[in-house]
Write a protein that binds this ligand. Structure first.
Ligand code: ADP
Length: 426
């Protein structure tokens, strides 16, 4: 679950980061659009000044309107003003369009003493946030009224206009961001769904194999007793049962080992429990087996409670694998010593035998997957070379360590140390 949270946090940070970057790009884009707009406005203003400086049809009409001189027309003054206002509007629109500025605008012609001479046919509300471009009109029109005239262009919603210019960038980036978010959410969802499925499957395999182990173990012990007491006639049948039970035992171990061997850290479900009862069960089970096989099995458990954050099935199986190995790789009068005690907030589990031992060279390799010592006569011992690799993985998943001390022909000692939970809820 921890891993899931990390991925989600990284994903959220990335999406927020990407959005901030996009926003910054948008701001840069808006600034650039504004600079470009001002450049175009500069050119348009020059054209407007040129067009309104000299006497021509338009300036003549506007001149009549601003001097309220209707002598030339047989029309009312209002009509003259309306007409010139429309003509001037078209003229300005044309000049702006010529520079590629396609935006709603209004205008006013006024003097310094705030006399408004002419307004555009349609005007914006005064309370609207307007951007104003004052253009000083020199020449013909100013001379007519003998005052400095100003033509002011007003624009509103410039940001909306700039944004519309950037639509080719903003809309695709928002769409891509949304698409990436959806796809990542979908991938994460299916990834965790699959992971959950693997965890459930693994838990099922663990439970099933564990449940199978006890009856198989009992059948093994019972058939061994039967083997010694049975009459010759049935011996063959009992031998068959024993060999099949042995095979079944190996298969169960293999399934349990393989189930964990490919799994990742968080697929093992750990809980804080007192491991001592599990240790006592292991001893009880192994004692029975040792008795049947004439093995000198000595065990000692020191300490009250062994609180561990562990997955008991796997840990139990790992310890049993070490005990099985001690039995498998020993000959003659087998002696196995099983010691469990606490030191420095650690639980120490030691399995010692007087078996064939392991050479220094092999000590480094025995924990590798599929590695089996091939020298000598140990090929009569069945195995897949998975046991110790499994034990090491399980110990590692419990944040513990496994070490081996061994002298060839003298025997071996495998020592597991696991961190104890000192403040466990009891
Ligand atoms: P397997 O027992 O299936 O071969 P393991 O991974 O359990 O696989 O062991 C790997 C090898 O380590 C074995 O083949 C054996 O040679 C060696 N080994 C393991 N335990 C012992 C032991 N207690 N004494 C001597 N050799 C051992």
């Amino acid at each position: 679950m921890k891993g899931k949270n990390y991925y989600i946090i990284i994903f959220i940070i990335s999406i927020i980061g990407l959005s901030i970057v996009q926003y910054q790009y948008l701001r840069v884009g808006l600034n650039l659009a504004e600079v470009q707009f001002n450049q175009k406005m500069g050119l348009a203003v020059n054209e407007i000044i040129d067009g309104l400086q000299q006497p021509n049809e338009l300036t003549f009409l506007v001149g009549k309107a601003i001097t309220s001189d209707d002598s030339f027309f047989k029309l009312s003054m209002d009509s003259v003003q309306d007409a010139s206002s429309y003509f001037l509007n078209d003229f300005l629109k044309d000049k702006l369009l010529h520079q590629g500025i396609k935006i709603d605008f209004t205008y006013t012609i006024y003097t310094k003493d705030t006399i408004n001479y002419l307004r555009s046919p349609v005007t914006f509300n005064d309370d609207e946030d307007l951007l104003r471009y004052p253009i000083s009109l020199e020449g013909y029109l100013s001379d007519l009224v003998d005052k400095r005239l100003t033509l002011e262009l007003q624009f509103k919603n410039l940001n909306k206009y700039f944004l519309s210019q950037l639509n080719g960038l903003t809309i695709p980036s928002i769409l891509f961001l949304i698409a990436i978010t959806f796809i990542i959410i979908w991938v994460l969802k299916s990834f965790y769904w699959q992971k959950q499925l693997i965890t459930i499957t693994n838990e099922f395999i663990n439970n099933l194999t564990h449940e199978l182990k006890t009856p198989v173990f009992s059948i093994g012990v019972a058939s061994k007793i039967l083997q010694e007491r049975t009459i010759d006639e049935n011996k063959e049948l009992v031998n068959l049962i024993r060999s099949q039970v042995e095979k079944l035992k190996i298969q169960i171990d293999k399934v349990l080992e393989l189930a964990s061997i490919e799994s990742k850290k968080d697929l093992i479900n750990k809980n804080i429990i007192d491991f001592k009862p599990v240790v006592l069960t292991i001893i009880k089970e192994f004692e029975q087996l040792a008795k049947m096989e004439n093995i000198d099995f000595v065990s000692e458990v020191r300490g009250e409670e062994f609180f561990l954050n562990c997955e008991p099935y796997h840990l139990e199986n790992a310890i049993l694998s070490l005990l099985e190995n001690a039995k498998k790789y020993s000959k003659g009068n087998i002696k196995i010593i099983f010691l469990v005690h606490k030191t420095n907030h650690k639980l120490i589990i030691s399995v010692k035998d007087n078996g064939i031992g392991i050479s220094d060279e092999n000590k480094k390799k025995i924990f590798d997957k599929y590695y089996r010592v091939s020298s000598g006569d140990i090929h009569d011992v069945k195995g897949y070379g998975l046991g110790l690799n499994y034990v090491k993985r399980i110990v590692k998943l419990h944040k513990g360590k496994i070490t081996v001390k061994s002298t060839p022909t003298q025997g071996s000692e495998f020592i597991i140390s696991l961190p104890l939970i000192s403040n466990a809820k009891k």
